[in-house]
Design a protein around this ligand. Structure first.
Ligand code: GLV
Ligand code: MN
Ligand code: MN
Length: 420
């Protein structure tokens, strides 16, 4: 069994160089951040760069039907390998670490193992999954969901983006509609390294988080249709104002979340009015509602209360409603054996640790459907993420990558029994 000797460590400078090089693709001028929405040209260039690095390391690279890319060391399949990875797509105003950190840390781990000639016992692999963010195509974690068999490939390929593009066409256009089958081969175990994206580790002055699971996620798009009319001449009692209904719902989400209390969160991140003019009552309004909770029963009651409010306020205004579920994932608990291992390894390497749930969605929650899975978190400065100002200190980044390295080696030596 491999130990967690400090002698075996990743190369922090090489890791930072790759992070900077990938961040230069789709860089948002004047910031440290990136804009590489899934399956855009920027995503394509980021993908090509990472694939080049995988090939340079001599990994066996495969691309599956939904564009997930996996590089394996010591075998030609992920089946039975210890897999790590994350995503390299970003939100439009993304940081350089969300997702990218985990993918490049995986490369760094594999390069370290190659350089040092470590006998890992099992193959190791690193991958990146398509459209984790879900900003352009819903749902989020789409590639890993397909990989784990939770969404049929044909259904995924038909998904339409917020800009009208079709996922399958975009994959083909950027050259990433691959031949490897989905659902993908079942790994021995999966561990994902990610920034926390919230304030907990920094506030508690903890180096490394052992992630216990991911909270439930619910995304709904509400489209309201009323009637455009003159802003000056239309008496208030005559109005069928889609904008008014949308804004009442947006305010209600915030008030409801306050009433339910933590850990409930809720966001109206997108709102579109038509025709969006100063002197015209809005004919249509579209909003997205993102609500999350670690308790699925509470989350369900929040969804129900929002649906009732929408029906009441729209009905009162004579506005029709169409509701579309964009994403709905129940809370996920990670494998205790992986959580324990992350904690033990992090401590052995001299880090302070704590257990915490993930607030964001992650590819690991999909891989958890098919194999023992877990995650490693490092602190986010001021808890800022989905923002170009997202930052994590280089020393924390390096510490987390070493936890990943030794966790992967220990996972390779762990017998999980038959988990299929
Ligand atoms: C996506 O990863 C999200 O949590 O919004
Ligand atoms: Mn992420
Ligand atoms: Mn994200």
């Amino acid at each position: 069994m491999s130990g967690t000797s400090n002698a075996l460590a990743i190369d922090g400078r090489r890791f930072q160089r790759r992070l900077a090089e990938l961040a230069a693709v789709g860089a948002i001028e004047g910031t440290e951040g990136c804009a590489r929405l899934a399956l855009t040209d920027e995503d394509r260039h980021g993908r090509e760069l990472v694939v080049t690095w995988m090939r340079d390391l001599g990994l066996h690279v495969s691309v599956d039907g939904v564009g997930n890319v996996v590089g394996v060391l010591g075998a030609d399949t992920v089946a039975g390998a210890v897999l790590t990875g994350s995503h390299i797509d970003t939100v439009a105003t993304g940081g350089r670490f969300d997702g990218n950190l985990g993918v490049l840390a995986g490369l760094e781990v594999l390069e370290t193992v190659i350089d040092r000639g470590v006998d890992t016992g099992r193959p190791l692999a690193v991958g990146f999954f398509t459209n984790e963010e879900g900003s352009r195509f819903a749902p989020d974690m789409l590639g890993s969901l397909v990989y784990a068999g939770g969404l049929q490939l044909e259904d995924a390929l038909d998904i339409v983006a917020i800009d009208g593009a079709v996922l399958g066409d975009e994959l083909a256009r950027i050259g990433f509609r691959g031949a490897a089958p989905v659902p993908g081969p079942v790994p021995h175990a999966f561990v994902e390294y990610h920034i926390e994206q919230g304030p907990v580790l920094e506030r508690e002055e903890i180096d490394v988080g052992a992630v216990i699971g991911v909270q439930g996620i619910s995304w709904t798009r509400f489209a309201f249709t009323g009637q455009s009319n003159h802003a000056g001449t239309t008496p208030m009692s005559y109005r069928r104002d889609a904008g008014y209904v949308a804004m009442r719902v947006a305010a209600f989400v915030r008030e409801l979340v306050a009433e339910v209390g933590p850990p409930q969160v809720g966001t109206v991140g997108r709102i579109e009015l038509h025709p969006n003019l100063v002197n015209v009552v809005a004919a249509t309004a579209t909003i997205t509602v993102d609500v999350r909770n670690t308790d699925d029963d509470v989350l369900r009651s929040v969804e129900e209360r929002i649906a009732r409010f929408v029906a009441d306020v729209a009905g009162g205004e004579g506005v029709s409603v169409e509701a579309e579920t964009l994403a709905r994932f129940a809370p996920v608990a990670f494998d205790d054996r992986v959580i324990d291992l992350v904690e033990v390894v992090a401590k052995e390497l001299g880090n302070t640790t704590m257990r915490l749930p993930a607030g964001a969605g992650h590819d690991a929650q999909m891989l958890a459907r098919v194999c023992p899975a877990g995650m490693i978190f490092v602190p986010s400065v001021h808890g800022i993420s989905h923002n170009p100002a997202e930052h994590t200190d280089p020393a924390d980044i390096e510490a987390g990558a070493n936890v990943l390295l030794h966790t992967m080696l220990r996972l390779a030596a762990t017998d999980f029994g038959d988990h299929r």
